[in-house]
Design a protein around this ligand. Structure first.
Ligand code: GLN
Length: 475
């Protein structure tokens, strides 16, 4: 029995029936980590000792019937931008190299309540800014399908860990595609939930109006189970929703595509899309129609404004959110300085990486007087227009289909040479965040070099049940 190969739900079931002990599950995943982590670098921090201790505690609670959920005893990895009490939370940045939070994020607490066991913190692009996990201050994560390639980003560590069997499931965060794009590159499944579904309390903010925590798993069932555990109303997050429809695992019981209406934005298949990715996408459409789904093409007129609107809004919010890292309250402080201002300046100059500084500068620029109206306000108006377009589309369709990314995982070292070109690679994912919509990536093929390709299913707000049902049926 190769425990590391099991899905989270399978493992949870076997733990419940006592075929596997919680300790065995934790040991199995650390055995796997020890044998391949040197090659992939999925983690910034590992918590083996704590996990083994926790295993005993959780086992008792399962045995005495206190813990009965599907993920009790299942090991989980957490992206390193979610606070974990007493455990390093670096956001893959030098500026937080020694930051140990005094509290845990709500999503992590919910996981712990369900009996899941935290095994470590996964690598990411610094402060979740990037699409390759190469902007991490702690080294690049390698794609387990081919170590010359990136895993995608920014949740590259979480997706690579699940793909490599170094985690049964993981949490990621998605501000402009950071769960859906690396899921595509690593051949795993990942969900960006409707904005407000998972509490952002304790998630280190990148762009607060876009950030959302979500599950990464080996299949749709794992993602549904994980989302069900982390979702819920939290008064500590003022944007948290009080939804009553959180029974996500239920929605995949009925694996039916018959009569479901799918819309495909024509413009998404035009220039810039790699032909092999397009072929895999078109094949998927055929599979859906053969199962009784209706697939139609429609036009999205705002496509060319999605990336500019996203990068203006995200950078504006980032520049404000990252003001708190000043060498006073947390993390790194420059060793030598003259006076307070010099301390701020040197700390931030030395503590932040290039990509983060680029965003802070861009964000400060678009928010500064004289430019605020011309850029930031205009971006907000554009966002409203994009949302109107999606609203109209959802009057007609249950689910919108899109590639997760225009290409498969690029080689390490290729993307950062041209940051603007890298930003354009987010074209299929950012609108979902601008509009607060849910989206799931499921694997749909491979290119000739054997790198995975994913398809994205996008739902209307609160439409998780529909996209889960469609994804499970397709899977
Ligand atoms: N690649 C996008 C960016 O760099 C998305 C990142 C994310 O979703 N966190 O902003």
């Amino acid at each position: 029995m190769d425990i590391a190969k099991m899905t989270a739900v399978e493992l949870g079931r076997k733990i419940k029936t006592k075929e596997i002990s919680v300790r065995e599950a934790v040991e199995a995943v650390f055995d796997r980590i020890k044998s391949v982590e040197g090659e992939y670098n999925c983690y910034v921090t590992l918590c083996e000792e704590q996990a083994l201790k926790k295993a005993e505690e959780i086992q008792k609670k399962i045995d005495d019937g206190t813990l009965t959920g599907p993920l009790a005893g299942v090991p989980v990895a957490i992206k390193d931008n979610m606070c974990t009490e007493g455990v390093l939370t670096t956001c893959s940045s030098k500026i937080l190299y020694n930051f140990k939070p005094t509290f845990s994020s709500e999503a992590v607490l919910n996981l712990e309540k369900a009996g899941a066991i935290i095994i470590g913190k996964t690598n990411m692009d610094e402060f979740a800014m990037g699409s390759t996990t190469e902007t991490s201050a702690y080294g690049v994560t390698r794609n387990p399908w081919n170590t010359e390639h990136v895993p995608g980003g920014s949740s590259g560590g979480s997706c690579a860990a699940v793909a490599a069997g170094e985690a049964f499931m993981a949490l990621g965060s998605d501000t402009g595609g950071s769960i859906r794009q690396p899921s595509s590159f690593c051949g795993v499944t990942g969900i960006k939930p409707t904005y407000g579904t998972v509490s952002r309390y304790g998630l280190v903010a990148y762009a607060s109006s876009l950030d959302q925590i979500g599950p990464v798993g080996k299949d749709v069932a794992d993602c549904a189970a994980l989302l069900e555990v982390i979702a819920g109303h939290d008064p500590k997050d003022s944007t948290s929703l009080d939804r009553k429809d959180l029974d996500f695992s239920k929605s995949i019981e009925e694996k039916k595509l018959l009569g479901m209406k799918f819309g495909v934005p024509k413009e998404f298949l035009a220039k810039g899309l790699d032909p092999e990715v397009k072929d895999a996408f078109m094949e998927t459409l055929k599979v859906l129609t053969s199962q009784g789904a209706i697939v139609e093409f429609f036009s999205v007129e705002t496509m060319e404004y999605m990336i500019p609107a996203y990068y203006i809004i995200a950078s504006a919010e980032a520049s404000s959110n990252l003001e708190r890292f000043d060498g006073v309250k947390y993390g790194y402080r420059a060793a030598e300085y003259e006076g307070l201002h010099d301390m701020y300046k040197k700390t931030r100059t030395e503590g932040f990486g290039e990509e983060v500084k680029r965003r802070i500068m861009l964000g400060s620029f678009v928010l500064s007087s004289g430019y605020y109206d011309a850029y930031y306000l205009k971006a907000l108006r554009t966002k409203a227009l994009i949302k109107q377009e999606f609203d109209r589309a959802f009057d007609k369709y249950d689910v919108i289909l899109a590639p997760a990314a225009p290409y498969t995982a690029p080689k390490i070292g290729e993307s950062l040479k041209d940051p603007l070109a890298m930003y354009l690679g987010d074209i299929y994912t950012v609108a979902v965040n601008l509009c607060g919509l849910p989206g799931i990536t499921v694997p749909c093929g491979q290119d000739k070099a054997g790198m995975p390709i994913g398809i994205q299913m996008i739902g209307n707000c609160f439409g998780e049940h529909k996209i889960l049902r469609a994804a499970a049926a397709y899977e």
